[in-house]
Design a protein around this ligand. Structure first.
Ligand code: HPA
Ligand code: ZN
Length: 338
């Protein structure tokens, strides 16, 4: 298959995105627009200058700019615009379902109310379903480099929203912030019906993946690429069909791997793991969902069948009902046949 053919095939392939930080979709152009609207000074001359600053050496060097960029998000409309722009893009990539993260504490710490961020995001997700047919489950992520008490306060703030917030996640600086610190918060969250997921095994060791499963009851592991260092853990993840939400371009930009050609995606697939491909923070890492499928396909010689398997996995690993999963997977198979 020639490259343009593969691009068209991947673009039209029905798929879901399960590892996406809404704050990480803030394109420099929107950053400037919101800064102007809100009267917030930016330490950059232009959108090009912002992009030029995106040269990361590790997770923390990215997080510093990612949190700084959030300063322009002030009003409910800002969160709406951010989320709606992402969904509009995904509509052009045959994305049918998204389970995005947002980081409430990043905003409440700046004096932006939990409700301001949450209402804007939820309104955009509802409009996105109406306008593009993209369904969603929103996941609030706790910042693991803040105390567990702050996560617990966030969980309380979410109470009035009930099931409109579907899950809880754990992100930010991983090393030195093991999942066990959040066991009590996750126990309450699970008891209240939230689906538990957690970032683990991106920069942190395989023991953090085991900890996310055992201490947090995580039903899905975000990243998880370092599981390959522990064969017993891989066997467990395969046996229990625990999904991994892998982010190839992110892993290259944050130097989790040296090159895309050295990325473990194919090894994870070959091990029989339920692997999905995702974009993480596409405005910062140089590509949205289809770009991640295509870049991985090119560098790791994935076939059209491999891309179909990844798209099917994206629905299987989602929090859609079994009925909805089956319908979407049938749609993927139908597309692959045509
Ligand atoms: N890892 C941890 N925290 C994050 C990430 C990530 O990839 N993206 C946004 N917050
Ligand atoms: Zn992430």
């Amino acid at each position: 298959m020639t490259d343009p053919d593969l691009r068209a095939f991947a673009l039209g392939l029905p798929k879901a995105e399960l590892h996406l930080h809404l704050e990480g979709t803030l394109e420099p152009e929107l950053m400037f627009a919101l800064a102007g609207r809100n009267g917030i000074p930016l330490p950059y001359e232009s959108a090009g200058a912002v992009r030029a600053a995106y040269d990361f050496t590790d997770l923390q060097s990215f997080l510093d700019l990612y949190y700084a960029g959030c300063a322009v998000l002030v009003t409910e409309q800002d969160f709406y615009d951010l989320t709606y722009a992402y969904l509009a893009r995904m509509a052009d990539e045959a994305v049918r379902h998204v389970e995005p993260f947002y980081d409430p504490q990043t905003h409440t710490a700046r004096g932006v109310a939990f409700e301001t961020a949450t209402d804007g995001i939820l309104r955009a997700l509802e409009d996105g379903e109406r306008d593009f047919g993209i369904t969603s489950r929103l996941i609030m992520s706790f910042l693991r480099d803040l105390p567990a008490e702050s996560a617990a306060a966030t969980l309380e703030a979410a109470r009035p929203y009930g099931a409109r917030i579907a899950g809880v996640g754990l992100d930010s600086a991983e090393v030195g912030h093991p999942p066990e610190d959040f066991a009590a918060v996750y126990a309450v969250a699970r008891q209240r019906g939230y689906r538990p997921v957690a970032h683990a095994g991106e920069e942190g060791p395989p023991a953090y993946i085991t900890g996310a499963l055992d201490a947090l009851g995580a039903q899905r592991i975000d990243h998880g690429v370092r599981c390959l260092e522990d064969p017993a853990l891989v066997a467990r993840l395969v046996r229990d069909r625990v999904p991994l939400t892998v982010c190839p371009l992110s892993n290259v930009r944050l130097r989790v791997v040296d090159t895309l050609g050295a990325h473990p995606l194919r090894r994870l697939m070959d091990a029989g793991l339920l692997v999905t491909v995702n974009s993480d923070d596409p405005a910062y890492f140089g590509g949205y969902l289809t770009d991640n499928y295509l870049a991985a396909a090119r560098e790791l010689r994935l076939t059209r069948e491999d891309l179909v398997r990844l798209a099917e996995a994206s629905f299987e690993a989602s929090f859609l009902s079994e009925h909805e999963k089956a319908a979407r997977i049938a749609e993927v198979r139908e597309y692959a046949r045509s």
